[in-house]
Design a protein around this ligand. Structure first.
Ligand SMILES: [Mn+2]
Length: 463
């Protein structure tokens, strides 16, 4: 945990940002979720916003900030002797609360009463968007509305205030993200070392798991380590790695404080890219490096995304895969045949930071609206960058047979796509390279620049 002072200050700031609002801010901490029966749950993961304001990393807590009375209460139950038999001694709730600067605690059952009373008195109850089914059920009961109506209580001012605060990473948060990236560097080095002809995908993932567990962390999201990198979120399996294969390794550690890293490297299984693979790799790498150089405060991330699309389209044109005017091709979305996703997203306590709070509120504004065009509509972050943002930059080139066949059959954008040439790449797979970057007051700091990515480095370390 950070110091109690950090959490107290964050709550004070939140209150200041919500001056003019009244009622209760409700923070349900996460519950354990049964995997196959209640006593055998999935690994516990605390809600990120609860961690941000209270830091308490145990299940079955809740907190309420009363905007009118100025009080802050954490709700939970002290361990019973019977529980201690199974778990060993655990700190009392008051002791936990003191660690985040809180003095007021109450039994868990009082949480429900507090929310229900406020509701019955007609006081505003501010919720963040619930994403755990257990919360939805519990809130439906407390608020005395059907589950489908719980969302009526989602408070845009509350969510926007949280997003504004969590978007700007403090020095101590950046230090945590650096830690996660350092573990991720070691994970990726282990993957490069283990990737070889005859190995299987899960053997390599096991080598990465070993690193992350030894560093008191876990994976921030399910590992994507696949010879089918053309599918953006394909995970991993028992495929054997063969000579000539490319693998995408998109994986990141979450450190002990739950800050995430999110790094992608693409590796040639044999330790040598083929000339055709190398051409595309150099193109993606150049799009990545130029995008990282463009990251600075005051710049629209959508502009960096579109510039990356033009770099990719220009390169694909020089390889004969695209044709025509590059500017026009990108304007009408032709590049999205090869790059159907966005260039990056925020990173922090969540790997897609704050996505659960509403992607539109995180990545867009009243004036910067989401496009409906295929490709561009998948851009998660479009708005102006500010000092303190941490984000990913992850260009790629993918040859997705089903998409290529569909576009060709429906004769889409034939002025810009050379389908005869593209057909030669149906067995290519995909290449993605991803770094994590901090926006500073006058530019950017690539936090993951210690993770090898040039052709020479990757070839030397793989196979
Ligand atoms: Mn990512």
């Amino acid at each position: 945990m950070f110091s109690a002072e950090t959490y107290s200050q964050r709550r004070q700031t939140l209150r200041r940002r919500l001056a003019g609002q009244s009622g209760l801010l409700v923070f349900p901490g996460n519950e354990l979720c049964p995997m196959n029966y209640a006593d055998n749950p999935f690994p516990f993961r605390q809600d990120s916003t609860f961690l941000y304001y209270f830091g308490l990393d145990v299940p079955s807590l809740a907190a309420v900030m009363d905007l009118d009375a100025g009080t802050e209460t954490v709700y939970g139950d002290d361990p019973t002797v019977e529980q201690v038999v199974w778990t060993g001694p655990r700190p009392a709730l008051a002791e936990r609360a003191a660690r985040c600067g809180l003095t007021q605690t109450a039994r868990r059952e009082a949480f429900g009463q507090t929310v229900r009373n406020a509701c019955r008195q007609g006081r505003p109850v501010h919720l963040l968007p619930p994403y755990q089914a257990q919360h939805l059920l519990a809130l439906s009961e407390l608020l005395e509305v059907p589950c489908a109506q719980v969302r009526r209580y989602v408070s845009e001012p509350f969510a926007r205030a949280v997003i504004a605060m969590r978007s700007i990473k403090s020095e101590e948060e950046i230090e945590q993200i650096r830690q996660a990236i350092e573990t991720t560097r070691q994970m990726h080095l282990a993957a490069m070392k283990t990737t070889a002809i005859g190995r299987t995908e899960n053997e390599v993932v096991a080598a990465m798991e070993q690193v992350v567990i030894a560093h008191h962390g876990r994976m921030a999201f399910p590992v994507i380590y696949t010879i089918h990198g053309q599918f953006l979120h394909n995970h991993y399996g028992t495929n054997s790695l063969a000579d000539g294969d490319l693998v995408i390794n998109d994986s990141g550690a979450e450190n002990a404080m739950h800050y995430a890293a999110d790094i992608t490297r693409t590796l040639p299984v044999s330790g040598r890219f083929t000339p055709r693979q190398r051409e595309i790799y150099e193109l993606v790498l150049s799009a990545l490096n130029q995008s990282l150089e463009a990251v600075a405060p005051g710049v629209l991330f959508r502009d960096i995304h579109l510039a990356a699309c033009r770099i990719l389209a220009e390169g694909l044109k020089s390889l004969g895969l695209m044709k025509g005017n590059v500017e026009d091709a990108v304007a009408c979305g032709a590049h999205a045949l090869f790059f159907p996703c966005g260039l990056g997203h925020m990173l922090g306590l969540d790997v897609h930071d704050m996505e659960g709070l509403n992607e539109e509120w995180v990545g867009y504004t009243d004036t910067i609206q989401r496009s409906e065009q295929f490709g561009l509509r998948s851009l998660r972050l479009a708005k102006t960058l500010e000092p303190g943002f941490v984000l990913t930059v992850e260009p790629g080139v993918y040859f997705i047979p089903a998409l290529i066949e569909h576009w060709e059959k429906t004769r889409q954008l034939t002025d810009y796509i050379n389908y005869n040439k593209v057909r030669e790449y149906l067995d290519f797979g995909g290449i993605r390279i991803e770094d994590n970057v901090l926006v500073t007051s006058n530019g950017a700091n690539v936090l993951s620049d210690t993770i090898p990515k040039t052709v020479q480095e990757v070839e030397a370390l793989t196979g």
